[in-house]
Write a protein that binds this ligand. Structure first.
Ligand code: FAD
Ligand code: SIN
Length: 542
C-alpha cells in the first residue's frame, strides 16, 4: 500500500501541469505506463491554439471552435478555455517552454512569437516549437517537476482499476448500497518491472491517461494510447459521452516501415496541397477552404478519393515552397521523411488518414470534476464540451493546460476529506499462466483494431456498426474469462481496455441517428434537430 495526497495517472501535459500545482499542497504520485515523457503530448507537432496577436480576438477563436464542433460544443466551456489560454501559455513560458519566434513586424523590432495556421482557424494563432511542440512541452514540464521534492514518478506502472467506496461496500456486504455517495480512494497499479500489483491510496485521483488511438488499426498515436482512463472510469460507473466522435487526422505518412508518423496540418497551413497520385488537386470540389478545410471534411474527401481511384494513399505537396523554409520550419518532418527515402522539398509526401483524437470521454465540467467525489479527469481522457462533434486543430493542448490548472485550483480551494476510515483490500489476482494462450491476447488485439478500422471508421452504416457490436460482445466474453483466470500482464490489461472503449464507441455511434461532425453515417446522412445540443451518454448498468 502506497499513500499520497494526490494520485495522478499519466505524465502528459494534463498530468504534469496538475502535478506542479498539487505539489505545493501535498505529496504527489505520478503513475505512468512507460518512461515519463512517453505520451501523445510528446508527439504533438502543430502547436497550441491561443489568442496572442493584435489581429486576433477571443470572439474569433470561440467562433472557429463552435463552427468546427458542429453545434455540439458547450459555449460557456469554450469561452472559459479560450479566454484563460493566454495566462496559462505565459506560465508555460515562465517554466522554460521555448516557442518559435520570428522577427517582429512592429517598428520597435526585436522578436515576437511565430504563429502557425491550421485547418478551421480564421487567423494565425498556433504557438509552436518548430514541428516538435509536444517534445518541448514535455521537456519544460519534466524539468520543472524534477525540482519538486514532493513529486514521485512511478514509470512502467500501469493503473488497472480505480478503487471506489461503492465497490468496497459491495464487496463487504455482498449487496450494493445505492445510498452511499460514491468516492474514489485511489487505484490498483501493475508494476511491470517487479511484476506485482500495488495499491495506491489517495483522497484525490486525477485521470490524465490521454486518448485511445490504438483502438484502430491505423493511428497517429503512440502505443500508450489504449483508452485506459475511459475504460477504468466506465467500470467505476462514471458517465462517458460522445465516444462516436473519433477524429481521423487526414495526413499520416504512408510508408510500409513508418509506424504512426504524423505530417502536421501546419504543412497545409503553410501552403501544402493535397493531390491525387496523378497530381490533380482534389479538395476544390469538397470545401471552399480546399486543403485547409476542417479535418472531418478533409479526411472524408481523402477516403472518398482513395475509394474512387483504388489508390493506397494521396499526395501532400509542399515542393513549391523554398527548400530552406521547409527545412527550417519542419525539421522533424523533413528528417523523418528523408530517412524513409522521401525528400519533401523535391517530391510529394504519400499520406493517408488515421485515427488521431478522442473528442468524447469521461464526462467532466471545466474544472475536471467527474460525478464521483475525489475523481477528476483532465486532457484527452475527458469530455468537457469544448470539442463538440469535432475538435478544432491545436485546441487539445490548450484544453489540457487550462483544465489542469482549474482542477488544481478547485481542489486546493476545497479541503479534501481523509480516506482513513476505509479499509482497502489488497489486489487479488488469478494465478494461472499458460504461454499457449498468449496467442489469444495478440489475436484478439489485432481483431479488434481491424474490425474498428473496417466497420467503425470514417464512413459508417448501421449494418456495419451492428456487425462490429456483435463481434465485440463475443470477444469481450473471451477476454473476461481470460482476465479473471490469468496473472495480469500489460498486454492483457490493455486488451481489456481497448475492447471496452471499442464497445463504447460503437454504442455511442449507434445511439446517434444523424451525421454530425466526425460521426458520418450513410444511413442518416443529415443533421437531426433532436440531436443538436444532445450528447450520447453511456453509463455502466449496475
Ligand atoms: P497524453 O499526453 O497522451 O498522456 C497520457 C499519459 O497517460 C501518458 O503518460 C501515458 O503513459 C499515461 N497512461 C495511459 N494509460 C495509463 C495507465 N493505465 N496507467 C498509467 N499511465 C497511463 N494536440 C494539439 O493541441 N496540438 C498539436 O499539435 C497536436 N499534435 C498531435 C500530434 C500527434 C502525433 C498526436 C498523437 C496528437 C496530437 N495532438 C495535438 C493531440 C494532443 O497531443 C493530445 O490530445 C494531448 O497531448 C493529450 O494530453 P494528455 O495529457 O491528456 O494525454
Ligand atoms: C497537427 O500538427 O496536425 C496536429 C494538430 C492537432 O492534432 O491539433
Amino acid at each position: 500500500m502506497k499513500q499520497f495526497d494526490f494520485l495522478i495517472l499519466g505524465s502528459g501535459i494534463a498530468g504534469l501541469t496538475f502535478a506542479l500545482q498539487a505539489a505545493t499542497r501535498g505529496r504527489v504520485a505520478i503513475v505512468t505506463k512507460k518512461d515519463r515523457a512517453e505520451s501523445n503530448t510528446n508527439y504533438a507537432q502543430g502547436g497550441i491554439a491561443s489568442v496572442t496577436s493584435k489581429e486576433d480576438t477571443f470572439e474569433l477563436h470561440v467562433r472557429d471552435t463552435l463552427t468546427a464542433g458542429a453545434g455540439l460544443c458547450k459555449e460557456s466551456v469554450v469561452r472559459t478555455i479560450v479566454e484563460e489560454g493566454p495566462a496559462r501559455i505565459q506560465e508555460l513560458i515562465e517554466l522554460g517552454m521555448k516557442f518559435s519566434e520570428r522577427e517582429a513586424l512592429s517598428e520597435d523590432g526585436g522578436k515576437e512569437l511565430d504563429l502557425g495556421r491550421e485547418g478551421g482557424h480564421s487567423k494565425r494563432r498556433i504557438l509552436h516549437a518548430k514541428d516538435v511542440t509536444g517534445r518541448e512541452i514535455e521537456r519544460a514540464l519534466l524539468n520543472a517537476i524534477s525540482k519538486q521534492p514532493n513529486i514521485e514518478i512511478f514509470e512502467n506502472h500501469i493503473a488497472i482499476d480505480l478503487i471506489t467506496s461503492q465497490k468496497l461496500e459491495k464487496a463487504e456486504s455482498g449487496k450494493r448500497k445505492a445510498e452511499i455517495k460514491n468516492r474514489c480512494l485511489g487505484a490498483y497499479v501493475f508494476d511491470k518491472n517487479a511484476n506485482r500489483v500495488w495499491t495506491f491510496a489517495a483522497p484525490v485521483t486525477l485521470l490524465a491517461t490521454g486518448g485511445c488511438g490504438k483502438v484502430y488499426l491505423y493511428t497517429t498515436n503512440p502505443d500508450i494510447a489504449t483508452g485506459d482512463g475511459v475504460a477504468m472510469a466506465y467500470r467505476a460507473g462514471v458517465p462517458i459521452a460522445n465516444m462516436e466522435f473519433v477524429q481521423f487526422h487526414p495526413t499520416c505518412l504512408y510508408h510500409p516501415k513508418a509506424k504512426s508518423f504524423l505530417i502536421s496540418e501546419a504543412v497545409r497551413g503553410e501552403g501544402g496541397i493535397l493531390r491525387t497520385l496523378d497530381g490533380k488537386e482534389f479538395m476544390d470540389g469538397h470545401h471552399p477552404l480546399k486543403s485547409l478545410a476542417p479535418r472531418d471534411i478533409v479526411a472524408r474527401a481523402i477516403d472518398s478519393e482513395m475509394k474512387k481511384s483504388g489508390a493506397d494513399c494521396v499526395h501532400l505537396d509542399i515542393t513549391h515552397k523554398p527548400a530552406k523554409f521547409i527545412i527550417e520550419r519542419f525539421p522533424n518532418i523533413y528528417q523523418t521523411c528523408l530517412r524513409y527515402g522521401i525528400d519533401i522539398t523535391k517530391e510529394p509526401i504519400p499520406v493517408v488518414p488515421a485515427a488521431h483524437y478522442q473528442c468524447g470521454g469521461v464526462v467532466t465540467n471545466v474544472d475536471g470534476e467527474t460525478d464521483i467525489a475525489g475523481l477528476y479527469a483532465v486532457g484527452e481522457v475527458a469530455c468537457t464540451g469544448l470539442h463538440g462533434a469535432n475538435r478544432l486543430a491545436s485546441n487539445s493542448l490548450l484544453e489540457a493546460l487550462v483544465c489542469a490548472h482549474r482542477a488544481a485550483e478547485k481542489i486546493i480551494g476545497n479541503r479534501q476529506p481523509a480516506i482513513g476510515n476505509f479499509v482497502i483490500p489488497l489486489w487479488q489476482s488469478g494465478n494461472a499462466t499458460n504461454a499457449d494462450e498468449l496467442v489469444v491476447v495478440s489475436h484478439n488485439w489485432d481483431e479488434i483494431r481491424r474490425l474498428m478500422w473496417d466497420y467503425v471508421g470514417i464512413v459508417r452504416t448501421g449494418k456495419r456498426l451492428q456487425r462490429a457490436q456483435s463481434r465485440l460482445a463475443h470477444l469481450q466474453q473471451e477476454i473476461r474469462e481470460y482476465y479473471w483466470n490469468f496473472i495480469v500482464s500489460a498486454d492483457l490489461l490493455e486488451l481489456r481496455n481497448i475492447a471496452t472503449v471499442a464497445e463504447l464507441i460503437v454504442r455511442c455511434a449507434l445511439m446517434r441517428p444523424e451525421s454530425r461532425g466526425l460521426n458520418y453515417n450513410l444511413d442518416f446522412p443529415d443533421l437531426n434537430a433532436e440531436w443538436s445540443q444532445r450528447d450520447s451518454v453511456v453509463r455502466r448498468a449496475n
